[in-house]
Design a protein around this ligand. Structure first.
Ligand code: NAP
Ligand code: GCO
Length: 266
């Protein structure tokens, strides 16, 4: 096979969770450009409708469904419906995620659990729902959206870091457990990406200056900029395609160099 052909997703069906906007939307558009049929879900009908409009604007005929990824019965029903209406899912991107920025000693156990539920339990639920059909079909690709917090900690994000660190290990375990069935499970670890999730960290200050956290991220990132969701597009196509068939249990950090860098010298 020609090497460029190995990146093609022609004939493949991809489910990207929480992909009405942000990183999930950019990844879905990229998988579509590579040839895949796009299926996405979001937690509310308004968001699914907003997503469908956004895909249509890009000339993409996506299939959108309402589904809360933390609800195992709802996820199983979604996967059954997709198999019936669109076909067997070849590529799952576990993208849906939340963050709560609360100092650990002020965080309730319930708030901690909510983050773990969406960011760690849900990828387990979604992967578990698609793997049996992938095994029957003879192949499958699972991409888990990890984080800098799969490797690093910082103030206020204890639950998120615990979940994303766990997601890194879930990725390696799925690869270990189902690699023999030709399922590749890898992660993408985005650096700091400009999306609604990070908007509070980039708010312009009342005096017109940049948010101190925004300045901190620029100083920590050798690329000296925030990432765009589109920066994750080609890495996602790679991990979704035959081009990565012998890559399994790997976390591909797409972070402008953050994890390589000790920080600016004084
Ligand atoms: P975002 O803008 O907040 O989008 C996340 C999407 O997931 C939203 O559409 C959200 O819907 C949906 N969602 C949340 N809970 C859900 C649930 N229970 N069921 C179904 N959908 C749900 O986030 P993003 O920045 O694009 O991030 C996408 C993924 O990348 C997340 O896993 C995030 O942790 C990860 N990530 C982000 C960054 C970054 O810098 N932005 C960096 C590393 C990793 P609602 O709008 O209703 O909440
Ligand atoms: C934060 C951020 C991060 C990013 C991302 C980094 O508050 O530190 O929201 O956690 O979203 O996950 O990779």
């Amino acid at each position: 096979m020609n090497v460029m052909e190995s990146f093609s997703l022609e004939g493949k069906i991809a489910l990207i969770t929480g992909a009405s906007y942000g990183i999930g939307f950019a990844i879905a558009c990229a998988l579509h450009d590579a040839g895949a049929t796009i299926v996405f879900n979001d937690i509310k009908q308004e968001l699914v409708d907003k997503g469908l409009d956004a895909y249509e604007e890009k000339g993409i005929k996506a299939h959108g469904y309402v589904c809360d990824v933390t609800d195992e019965a709802a996820v199983n029903a979604l996967v059954a419906k997709v198999e019936e209406e669109v076909g067997v899912i070849d590529i799952l991107v576990n993208n849906a995620g939340i963050i709560k920025r609360i100092p650990m000693c002020e965080m309730t156990a319930e708030q901690f659990r909510q983050v773990i539920d969406v960011d760690l339990n849900a990828p387990f639920i979604c992967a578990k729902a698609v793997i049996p059909s992938m095994i029957k079909k003879g192949h499958g690709k699972i991409i888990n959206i990890c984080s800098m917090m799969s490797e690093l900690g910082r103030e206020t994000v204890s639950a998120y870091a615990a979940a994303k660190g766990g997601l890194k290990m879930l990725t390696k375990n799925i690869a270990s457990e189902y690699g023999a069935q030709n399922i590749q499970c890898n992660g993408i670890g985005p650096g700091y990406i400009a999306t609604p999730q990070t908007a509070p960290l980039r708010e312009i200050q009342p005096d017109g200056s940049r948010h101190p956290f925004d300045q901190f991220i620029l100083a920590k990132t050798p690329a000296n900029r925030w990432g765009d969701p589109e920066d994750l597009a080609a890495p996602a196509v790679f991990l979704a395609s035959d081009a990565s068939n012998f890559v399994n249990g790997h976390i591909l950090y797409v972070d402008g160099g953050i994890l390589a860098y000790i920080g600016k010298q004084p």
